[in-house]
Design a protein around this ligand. Structure first.
Ligand code: ADP
Ligand code: MG
Length: 694
């Protein structure tokens, strides 16, 4: 029995692992001996039974045995050594393209050979090309493996055999020092096996194990590890939040409600029940001396902007500043106009800051922020820059969060006055975050959901139409605009090249101007100068432009209630979330709206599925859940935000049903046994926690 190695030891303490080997192991994320235990096989090979050669079928990898009938070197373009073995039930040819001359001699007629490899159909009979093989001596049956042989994900220079040896060694020497961290009561109630049993099943499955379940992660042994990993991540986020709450002092910004009441009386509508509830949650957080960190989710058109404006007023009522940040110039400008219209009438000053603002205008804006002459600032990520200093920043609102990286969110947080307090943070997103993700990537945030649209909204009717019927669509635009409605025509390309996309939009605008001479057609894309873009957008908002031809720059947030027709070109190439966002530009007024998805056939299976989901549903949450199923979580959130979600074993799409139990157990364990919680975090999250924090 080898000596017991503590789990946390570096892999270099394993026999025959030097610096080079350690480097290769590190590529697989294997740094400590215990990491090897959690390196799961991709598949298994069955060497527990010698298959009669007569049973061998092409495509199967089997262990076989037979006596050599002949072996010969076949000359030709690809010189090869061919050795035929037979066992009375059948025969197979072992074929070697690379071989030593001495190897041929070892295949003397009558020699007993055991081989493992994949059978393929050869010209005359089944073949195994470059099988693993050995000579079996004597006449006794030779021993076979007791369990299935794991095949691990590996990297160049690290043969399976080496990995197998290392994992086996880790199992023998350190498994004992890897403690069981799931309480027995929990394991019993969820019918999960113990850690050591699970590891043994995974790395040395008995021959009768349900191999498919094991590979596809449905086997309790894998589920157990997935559960433990999800639990550890959840605990790490609970701990982060706990630390955050203790550390992040913020000004209490309850306010007297005067400005808010003034705005509410001026608004042409009453807040929906959902808006009131979410605003209540936001104001309650802001009235506290812990910094708020709240995500407001609301489907497109649910009215998040006015909630942000009311929150900003609560800060202003207390003499603090509020910053509102949007991911695109276009959207920021639109927010600026909305905030200016709403707030200046109340005597609250609103300042504009974007990367394009230069010279004296910029200096003046920065000065006003620093001196506290302006209460509210609206802008783009220019607000993150170092030169931007606030007099007393009390609230930071980040709209359409999924466009920003978490780092940027932190940069704004750090702009709190003097470092003693932090601003409260309100994050708004229309990209619905499915329950499964909300629990993980966003678990450090409190979440409010505006789950109700303003009254009178009509669901958008969605149709998918092939490019060939474009003329019909042009007629639809003509009819809609003749009725006083407005329309969007969105051009998209495969490559996200701003130049090419702009060219495509220009060509389309040209074509539509010819086809629809009676309409006023505006054009915006990434290369239209800021001032011109604003002019076109303002004209579109005022109804002076009938048809707006645009690239995806209009994707998020743009709000023109009179627009009731949305045409999206090359819809088959866009993701569901993006299509839903684009479609959300219509259906904002009281008129019945429609969305036309133009596509270039033939459609791939996934493209067809995506367009189908969109046709069937207007519900952003449902769409996001489907998106998750079709694409997986990484893409949904964009790589920038997936840092916290790189699981070793768990897969959200597969293990989502565990999450309720994970959530409950994490809360329980965190209060009941902090030491165990810390050990779980250490085992599964380790340094990765820094990502979650960023
Ligand atoms: P989003 O949540 O997509 O950002 P907006 O804040 O842009 O939505 O709101 C969409 C439109 O609905 C805007 O024109 C806004 O003024 C209007 N709106 C917001 N709240 C209400 C309400 N309670 N009743 C009617 N219209 C509303
Ligand atoms: Mg919005």
């Amino acid at each position: 029995m080898a000596t017991v190695l503590p789990a946390g030891r570096p892999v270099t303490e394993l026999p025959r692992v030097g610096a080079r080997q350690a480097e290769r192991l590190a590529k697989l994320g294997l740094r400590q001996v215990s990491d090897l235990l959690f390196h799961l096989p991709l598949r298994y090979e069955d060497r527990t039974r010698v298959a009669p050669l007569g049973e061998l079928r092409p495509g199967e990898s089997r262990l076989v045995e037979g006596r050599v009938e002949y072996a010969e070197v076949v000359p030709g373009r690809r010189r090869r050594l061919v050795c035929r073995i037979a066992d009375g039930t059948g025969a197979v040819e072992l074929v070697f393209f690379h071989f030593y001359p001495s190897q041929a001699k070892r295949f003397a007629r009558g020699t007993r050979i055991r081989a493992f490899g994949e059978a393929r159909s050869g010209l005359a009979m089944l073949q195994m090309v470059h099988p693993e093989w050995e000579q079996v001596r004597g006449d006794e049956p030779a021993p076979v493996d007791e369990g299935l042989t794991p095949v691990y994900p590996t990297t160049e220079g690290l043969p399976q055999a080496t990995l197998r040896r290392l994992v086996a060694h880790a199992l023998e020497t350190c498994a004992a020092s890897v403690p069981e961290l799931l309480p027995e009561s929990l394991r019993t109630s969820l019918a999960l096996p113990g850690l050591h049993e699970a590891l043994a099943t995974i790395h040395r499955p008995p021959p009768d194990v349900a191999v498919r379940d094991l590979i596809e992660g449905r086997h309790p042994a894998v589920r157990r590890l997935a559960f433990e990993e999800l639990l550890a991540h959840r605990l790490s986020l609970l701990r982060l939040r706990h630390e955050h709450q203790n550390a992040m002092a913020a000004p209490a910004l309850a306010g007297d409600g005067q400005l808010r009441d003034a705005l509410l009386t001026r608004l042409p509508f009453a807040l929906t029940g959902a808006q009131q509830r979410v605003l209540g949650e936001v104001l309650r957080d802001m009235g506290d001396t812990h910094a708020m960190l709240r995500l407001v989710q609301g489907d497109v058109g649910s009215g998040k902007t006015v909630v942000a404006a009311l929150a900003a007023l609560a800060a202003v009522e207390c003499g603090w500043q509020a910053a509102i940040m949007a991911p695109t110039e276009l959207l920021a400008e639109q927010h600026y106009r909305a905030f200016r219209d709403w707030l200046t009438a109340l005597g609250v000053d609103v300042t504009w800051l974007s990367g394009r603002l230069a010279g004296a205008g910029r200096r003046e804006a920065l000065q006003r922020l620093a001196d506290g002459d302006t209460a509210v600032v609206v802008g783009t990520h220019a607000l993150f820059q170092d030169e931007v200093a606030f007099h007393r920043l009390g609230l930071a609102v980040v709209d359409e969060q999924h466009r920003f990286g978490v780092h940027q969110r932190l940069a704004l947080r750090d702009k709190g006055a003097g470092g003693e307090t932090q601003p409260h943070q309100l994050i708004m997103t229309a990209t619905p975050i499915p329950r499964t993700l909300a629990m993980t990537a966003y678990a450090d945030l409190d979440v409010s959901v505006i789950d109700e649209l303003p009254p009178g909204r009509q669901p958008v009717t969605t149709v998918a139409i092939p490019n060939g019927r474009r003329d019909e669509i042009v007629e639809r635009v003509r009819t809609a605009c003749a009725e006083g409605r407005q329309a969007y025509w969105v051009c998209t390309l495969v490559e996200t090249s701003e130049v090419l996309e702009a060219e495509a939009a220009e060509a389309t605008a040209e074509y539509l101007r010819e086809a629809l001479p009676e309409l006023t057609i505006g054009l915006v894309h990434g290369r239209v100068a800021g001032a011109d873009k604003e002019a076109v957008m303002t004209a579109f908002e005022r109804g002076e432009v009938d048809l707006l031809v645009a690239t995806t720059v209009i994707e998020v947030g743009v709000d023109v209630p009179n627009a009731s027709l949305m045409i999206i070109e090359n819809a088959e190439r866009l993701g569901l979330a993006q299509l839903h966002q684009l479609r959300g530009r219509v259906g904002r007024g009281t008129a019945a709206s429609s969305c036309v998805l133009l596509y270039q056939g033939p459609l791939s299976e996934t493209a067809r599925a995506r367009l189908g989901v969109l046709r069937e549903s207007n519900d952003g949450f449902r769409i996001a859940e489907r998106d998750l199923a079709i694409r997986g979580p990484g893409e949904l959130l964009g790589t920038r935000q997936t840092g916290a979600m790189q699981y070793r074993i768990a897969e959200l799409a597969r293990d989502g049903d565990l999450l309720d139990d994970v959530r409950r157990e994490a809360a329980r364990l965190y209060t009941a046994d902090r030491e165990c919680a810390d050990a779980l975090i250490q085992r599964w999250v380790g340094e990765g926690e820094r990502y979650a924090q960023a």
